[in-house]
Design a binder for this molecule. Structure first.
Ligand SMILES: *Cc1c(COP(=O)(O)O)cnc(C)c1O
Length: 461
């Protein structure tokens, strides 16, 4: 962010009351740990990790108000006070009249798709997140990604690389309208770097949906970060408040699936919210079947109470300025060190173009995987490969399904690490870049038939 308060360094708009010790293992112990883990960062023990940037999902720190809400949680089976409080927060922050709590984001996807989507149908999205894609496929439908072309490239400074290619959406609806039960848009788009969608683009998508009589749902795990990036980047939005922009985003949708482990600042939870009463009743039936009764949805009353408070805190501008700014500062530090990164910075993480950083590691030796292992060896940092290992094999040919980019994602947990921690990450990456020809590629020696990245084992080549 270029909004540094002239000359002053950035500081968190909160202070610590309780601390969790972390330690950097000596180099030889890190070597042993990663070898023991089959050179797979997922298989490391968390206490052997110094700075954990594996994911921003459920890894945030709750506030004192959330912890005290937790203590006041009402554990009544039906109609608990905590559910009523969550309802008020959903109305106030998201503007939806009907809500179903669920245990996490994918549960909302499961219930929405099994209710609305039939085998053989097509679901368009800017970019499906992996669980969303899996749930579309699970009901026998076809996911289609319609992000703008700029969103598929690492370079270029388009401010809204999550935008939907509206002409292609219109064309798809014209040709296959009957087979499309709903349109989805992911805010921000996780799959290509936490890239935001503009309000103008969402309005255009809404118009196309109206013209074709289609429901519009948002995959809104990071709606607040998206609102913040609209405020900072979209013409005409600068002077507006984050809650106003968030309500504008929501007003364009018929409903949302939300992983509350992201922007809503809780460690577990999810939401399915809708406007239409009849649709709500159909979704409620499925929620009771799969998640639990409709006023708790697989969560404890205290989880609902913490989520209600987290939703309110998620749109706080001081918090978002520090958080999204912190991501941008790490992005700038890496860019200044000539580390190739997906640009511009997104809302929740920095994505390194590992194939470009490590030209001596061929694609079949997994450059992004190699970089993720090297970050641990260099400084005890855990990151995640968003590349060939994650993509898996092509069902038809059995070959690796090489994605366009081989990326390492540095996902930043919310309210957990200071800029000093992230300076360690930037320095480690700089040092690896300086000795890049010493970084080995990897050979996969074990892989499971599905979701292989979680359990695969490797050897350096
Ligand atoms: C995390 C995530 C989900 C799935 O949510 P879970 O809580 O992990 O089940 C869906 N969509 C997006 C964009 C996400 O980031």
């Amino acid at each position: 962010m270029s909004d540094a308060p002239e000359g002053w360094p950035f500081a968190e708009p909160y202070k610590a009351k309780m601390i969790e010790p972390i330690r950097l293992l000596p180099a030889e112990d890190r070597e042993k740990a990663i070898r023991h883990a089959g050179f797979n960062p997922f298989l490391l023990q968390a206490q052997d990790v110094y700075i954990d940037l594996l994911t921003d999902s459920g890894t945030g720190a709750m506030s004192q108000d959330q912890w005290s809400a937790l203590m006041r949680g009402d554990e009544s089976y039906a109609g608990s006070l905590s559910f009523q409080e969550l309802g008020l927060a959903v109305t106030e922050i998201l503007g939806f009249p009907h809500l179903l709590p669920v245990h996490q984001g994918r549960a909302a996807e499961h219930i929405l798709f099994r209710t609305l989507v039939k085998p053989g149908q097509v679901v368009p999205n800017n970019m499906h997140f992996d669980t969303t894609k899996a749930h579309v496929l699970n009901v026998g439908a076809q996911p289609v990604d319609l992000v703008i072309d700029e969103g598929r490239r690492a370079e270029g400074d388009h401010p809204f690389k999550g935008n939907v290619d509206v002409a292609r959406l219109d064309d798809l609806l014209q040709r296959h309208g009957e087979e499309i039960p709903l349109v989805m848009v992911t805010v921000t788009s996780n799959q290509n770097g936490g890239q935001p969608v503009s309000l103008a683009n969402l309005r255009a998508v809404r118009q196309v949906c109206d013209r074709h009589g289609k429901l519009l749902f948002l995959d809104a795990a990071r709606f607040a970060e998206n609102a913040f990036l609209i405020q900072r980047r979209e013409p005409g939005q600068t002077g507006r408040t984050i809650p106003d922009i968030a309500l504008d985003i929501m007003s364009l949708a018929d409903g949302c699936t939300i992983s509350a482990k992201k922007d809503p600042l809780v460690n577990i939870g999810g939401l399915l919210v809708v406007r239409d009463r009849v649709l709500f009743e159909a979704l409620r039936t499925q929620t009771i079947l799969y998640e639990g009764y409709a006023t708790y949805g697989g969560l404890a009353g205290r989880d609902l109470a913490a989520l209600a408070q987290g939703l309110r805190e998620s749109v706080d501008e001081a918090y978002l300025t520090f958080r999204v700014g912190q991501v941008a500062r790490l992005h700038a530090a890496l860019r200044d060190a000539d580390v190739p990164v997906v640009s511009p910075a997104g809302g929740h993480g920095v994505y390194i173009d590992a194939a470009a950083l490590l030209p001596t590691v061929p694609r079949h030796a997994f450059p992004a995987w190699a970089l993720s292992v090297e970050l641990y060896r260099e400084r005890g940092i855990r990151a995640v490969e968003i590349g060939t290992v994650l993509a898996g094999r092509d069902a038809a040919t059995g070959e690796h399904d090489y994605p366009a980019m081989d990326l390492v994602r540095l996902a930043i947990p919310r309210r957990v690490y200071s800029d000093a921690h992230l300076a360690q990450v930037a320095e480690a990456t700089r040092r690896i870049a300086r000795r890049r020809e010493t970084v080995p590629g990897y050979r996969m020696v074990y892989e499971a038939p599905v979701l292989r990245h979680f359990t695969a084992r490797f050897e350096p080549v």
